[in-house]
Design a binder for this molecule. Structure first.
Ligand code: 5GP
Ligand code: ZN
Length: 114
């Protein structure tokens, strides 16, 4: 296992509040939520950042979005709406170098981001 926080969460070696898990993806609540619902959807495979999606098969990226939409629906966010965020690299504000899609909802979210 890479020395990676989110790989360890996916493997169950570090506890997390998991809301969805399947063979390919795990979704868990952010430890420092920025909205009433704040879930991170990650591939079990160690893909460092959104930029690295350029080197993986498109189907994985598609399944990530399908999984995130199901997570949002199961959280009851469809009617009011929600936001997906993929931070990439230093300027994008990425702090954990394992691809993760933020699902944020449960309140009106400001735009544009700071
Ligand atoms: P980023 O800033 O890289 O887009 O997002 C990383 C997110 O991971 C942050 O929102 C941060 O709160 C969350 N995070 C960092 N460490 C942990 C942890 O140990 N457990 C959980 N559940 N979330 C974490
Ligand atoms: Zn990882």
């Amino acid at each position: 296992m890479p020395d990676c926080l989110f790989c360890r969460i996916a493997a169950g070696a570090i506890p997390a509040d998991i809301v969805h898990a399947d063979d390919e993806f795990v979704a868990f609540r952010d430890i420092s939520p920025r909205a009433p619902v704040h879930v991170l959807v990650i591939p079990r495979r160690h893909i460092p950042s959104p930029a690295d999606l350029a080197d993986v098969e498109a189907d994985l990226a598609g399944r990530l979005l399908v999984t995130a939409a199901r997570v949002a629906r199961e959280a009851g966010l469809d009617a009011a709406g929600y936001r997906w965020v993929l931070n990439c690299g230093p300027d994008g504000g990425q702090t954990v170098p394992h691809l993760h899609l933020h699902v944020l909802g449960g309140r009106a979210l400001g735009w544009p981001p700071g």
